[in-house]
Design a protein around this ligand. Structure first.
Ligand code: FEO
Length: 399
């Protein structure tokens, strides 16, 4: 396990978590990486640490180029435990002269580790530190991803260390975007944005505009997860511009679950209606779907139709769990409708319409409730609902 040189005097010294499959509820089917970067200059600087349990891997990589005790400065761009879980152990070994971080990061690390006597040096947007022939410029990025977050820019290297932003949960032995399967990488970036970054889209959008106005020259973006961007920087930045402004594709996603197949019959009739309108449609049954993948589809789809039978005056647990998850991620700009079967009380459609309202979706149909088993008349109405949503999606895109 060695450091990987990414530029003259600059190394990736992180860790690869090949086997993680659940990252606080996010299904990481391709594992992940915890990236750290070492810049060797008159002052040697380490950017971020790793998740607890991966400190040895990181130290082994550092030792392949430098004794860890020769590191002078530590920069903490983000304190979430996947990056700062190993903070204290690493600090005790390298004994840095200074630890650069935001005031929120300092407060957070004190709350996590309760070690007050460390050489913390608070920085704000615009502060810079000369480390020899290179400079580090700091930019606070609160809520991308946590209140403590910041990014670090090395102008002489045209290199941006972006912590969670532009990352992907993607374990690979390769370190650069042009060395991996690009479709896989974009899939993982999409899931990552939809399941982690999406709630902070207004902040991301503002940051992208600020960076553009500043005309920062960037030849390399080094995130804290996944691979380093050097060939496709324009494309990942464009995707972040698209996702952070809630632009979706002209397609409709039908999300549902079912008890005795009645809601399922309705879902398939709706699907038929959408398909008849000639736009792309997908259907996800929640009891057999990975919600991380479903959330990526939600982000990419302009039309969202949700279905659940009524169970004990509420939603089926799989639908209730998913809608709570989805609401928290705050997708916006959707065209929506809902449906569901019931036996006697039938509250599910009303609850699902409330979910859509919370998401600020444009609801284009009052929803379809069906007592017990749908007959032809109900299924025809379901087809019409699918057509109504699809037509509105087409109209939005001028199709
Ligand atoms: Fe990768 Fe917000 O931590």
């Amino acid at each position: 396990m060695e450091a990987v040189k990414i530029k003259e005097g600059i190394y990736w010294v992180g860790a690869i978590d090949w086997n993680i499959r659940n990252f606080h509820g996010y299904s990481t089917i391709r594992g992940t990486t915890y990236n750290s970067y070492l810049v060797m200059d008159e002052k040697n600087v380490l950017f971020d640490t790793v998740k607890h349990g991966f400190e040895e891997e990181m130290l082994t990589r550092i030792k392949s180029v430098i004794e860890p005790e020769r590191i002078d400065y530590l920069v903490i761009n983000h304190i979430e435990p996947d990056h700062a879980g190993g903070f204290l152990r690493i600090v005790k070994i390298i004994k840095p002269e200074k630890i650069f971080l935001t005031s929120n990061a300092k407060a957070g690390l004190l709350a996590y580790f309760h070690e007050k006597e460390l050489p913390f040096e608070e920085v704000k947007t615009g502060n810079e530190v000369k480390i020899g022939k290179r400079t580090i410029k700091f930019f606070e990025t609160p809520m991308i991803h946590w209140p403590d977050s910041m990014i670090s820019y090395l102008p002489e290297e045209k290199l941006l260390i972006s912590q969670d932003a532009f990352g992907a949960h993607y374990a690979t032995s390769k370190r650069f975007d042009d060395e991996v399967d690009y479709c896989e990488l974009i899939q993982e970036c999409t899931k990552y944005y939809a399941n982690i970054v999406l709630p902070y889209s207004p902040q991301v959008n503002k940051l992208l505009k600020t960076v553009k106005e500043m005309n920062l020259e960037i030849e390399m973006i080094c995130p804290d997860h996944g691979v380093i961007w050097r060939r496709n920087i324009g494309e990942i930045v464009s995707l972040y511009e698209k996702w952070s402004s809630y632009q979706a594709d002209p397609k409709v996603l039908i999300i549902y679950d079912t008890m005795w197949k009645s809601t399922e019959k309705m879902a398939y009739a709706i699907l038929e209606g959408v398909i008849k309108e000639g736009i792309e449609a997908k259907i996800c049954k929640l009891s057999v779907s990975d919600i991380t993948e479903v959330m990526a589809e939600v982000m990419l789809s302009k039309g969202i139709i949700i279905g659940s039978p009524t169970l004990n005056n509420g939603l089926l647990p799989t639908v209730a769990g998913f809608t709570a998850y989805m609401k928290g991620l705050r997708p916006r700009g959707k065209i929506g409708a809902s449906f569901g079967s019931y036996g006697w009380s039938g509250e599910a459609v009303k609850i699902l319409n409330e979910v859509l309202k919370d998401m600020q979706a444009e609801i284009v149909h009052e929803g379809i409730r069906c007592k017990y088993n749908p007959d032809k008349e109900v299924l025809d109405k379901c087809k019409e609902l699918g057509k109504t949503v699809a037509k509105k999606v087409k109209e939005t895109f001028g199709l």
